[in-house]
Design a protein around this ligand. Structure first.
Ligand SMILES: Nc1ncnc2c1ncn2[C@@H]1O[C@H](COP(=O)(O)OP(=O)(O)OP(=O)(O)O)[C@@H](O)[C@H]1O
Ligand SMILES: Nc1ncnc2c1ncn2[C@@H]1O[C@H](COP(=O)(O)OP(=O)(O)OP(=O)(O)O)[C@@H](O)[C@H]1O
Ligand SMILES: [Mg+2]
Ligand SMILES: [Mg+2]
Lengths: 254, 254
């Protein structure tokens, strides 16, 4: 049963792309058929997996605006069980171009229908905003995973994000559930990391993953080699923490 | 002569808000009349200065959409020479609401006209996107300051940002110049910080500020007290580096 998981948070730099790339790679290593969809115009998930954006003459943009079938946009990665649908620069204009379409919020959901069955997991990396690209992703998703950097400004934005998720549930996607809140860049030497972790667990309890992603320099190095952390440095704490996350998600599947 | 400086980078979490708040505060400490404008729906610069977003019944949204004069939106901060125009949640819808206006790209530029003369510096904090809010800011600005986190993904987005700035210069704001590229969260223990710094200085030479902002935990703590770093911990390396940045910008004024 295919699961569509949207990685979203309008706060910038909280680890959305790092989570999308490395969770996808960890699921692929566990031999789950995984599709990573990069709907962020920055295209970081595309390059983080080694796919080049320039070559991406066709991208998710063509599916959203020109309704090209997703199966024609699939590209291989270095991992057998991981495929990607890349992003490219055209997406920058997509938010404004989608406005006049009557079905502007459900174009991704409709595009996913014909391909969903071929995968166990479809992971969507979102841009840092609550615009139409993120709305399309939340509407197409079965669940949303919220990366939360252990700092003050990211905490501030959490209630707004949860309100937006509620609105999407009421108006566009009643099935949408919260897969979980993932604490990222946790630095045990900083008070603020401990404060944020305590406060989030107090307020959100079991919605918070047991797995915590530590601040780990290998995670910020691996994108420059176009490789998920599991292929760049499998023994690092960064790689282990994302394998743990994949295990935690798979164990919830039941 | 009033200078409008736009703090922009579509990559999330690179230090736009931290730079906007702490550069504004440092200029105010140097007794320059400074206005901080928060055009990011997240409203981090508003809370980073101690202003509460809930109270912000009126915000920059009213100026952009309802054309309320900016002088009616000014609010005081703890620093005598620093005023702020806050953001609030209404801004989330602004990007779509602005689309039908014929003057949609120049509404901020027009709003600033009647207030610009009262200040030495007007600093605009932008959201992590290249949508209409950032386009309005680039069009209203005399110069753009680009914070660049010393990591791989932020480097990737730089060429796209520079292309967008060129487009704005051609179509909307021929006077726009690049104030500079500011290296942020520099960690001398990480190779990647040194690599990024070398590469950026090689490509962009004197466009890169001499001042480098170090990774400093006091900078990520001060927003939770609603204070710029100069009021939270004036002796910290974070506070010193933003005072250095203000001095460098003032010395360029000539
Ligand atoms: N656990 C970690 N340890 C160290 N560095 C990290 C970690 N997670 C992410 N990073 C680095 O922090 C930066 C921000 O992460 P990332 O780009 O994944 O966030 P994002 O939420 O996708 O950003 P955006 O909002 O721009 O899409 C990147 O340079 C990344 O390499
Ligand atoms: N030099 C620094 N040292 C340590 N932490 C920093 C530094 N600069 C910023 N931070 C922290 O890093 C995070 C990202 O910074 P900030 O929110 O200013 O970036 P931004 O570009 O404004 O993000 P967004 O794209 O969401 O608007 C914040 O939690 C901030 O407190
Ligand atoms: Mg990202
Ligand atoms: Mg910001």
């Amino acid at each position: 049963m295919a699961q569509v998981v949207c990685i979203a948070n309008q706060k910038g730099g909280v680890g959305k792309t790092t989570t999308a790339v490395n969770l996808s790679a960890s699921l692929a290593v566990a031999e789950k058929k995984t599709l990573l969809i990069d709907i962020d115009p920055q295209g970081n998930a595309t390059s983080g997996c080694g796919a080049q954006r320039e070559e991406a003459s066709q991208s998710i943009y063509q599916a959203l605006i020109d309704q090209v079938p997703l199966k024609d946009l699939l590209r291989d990665t270095e991992l057998n069980f991981l495929k990607i649908i890349p992003s490219n620069i055209d997406l920058i204009g997509a938010e404004i171009e989608l406005v006049p379409f009557p079905d502007r919020e459900i174009r991704l959901k409709n595009a996913l229908k014909e391909i969903k069955r071929e995968f166990d997991f479809l992971i969507i990396d979102c841009p840092p905003s609550l615009g139409l690209l993120t709305v399309n992703s939340l509407t197409a998703a079965d669940s949303v995973l919220i990366p939360l950097q252990c700092e003050y400004y990211p905490m501030e934005g959490l209630s707004q994000l949860l309100k937006t998720i509620d609105l999407i549930k009421i108006r566009l996607n009643p099935e949408l559930k919260i897969q979980g809140i993932l604490l990222t860049m946790f630095d045990k030497r900083n008070n603020i990391s401990h404060q944020v972790s305590e406060e989030v667990r107090k307020h959100f309890g079991s919605l918070v993953f047991n797995t915590v992603i530590p601040r780990n320099v290998r995670l910020s190095e691996s994108p420059s080699f176009g490789k998920p952390i599991i292929l760049y440095d499998a023994g690092s704490r960064g790689a282990e923490s994302y394998l743990d996350l994949a295990k935690e998600i798979l164990s919830r599947e039941g």
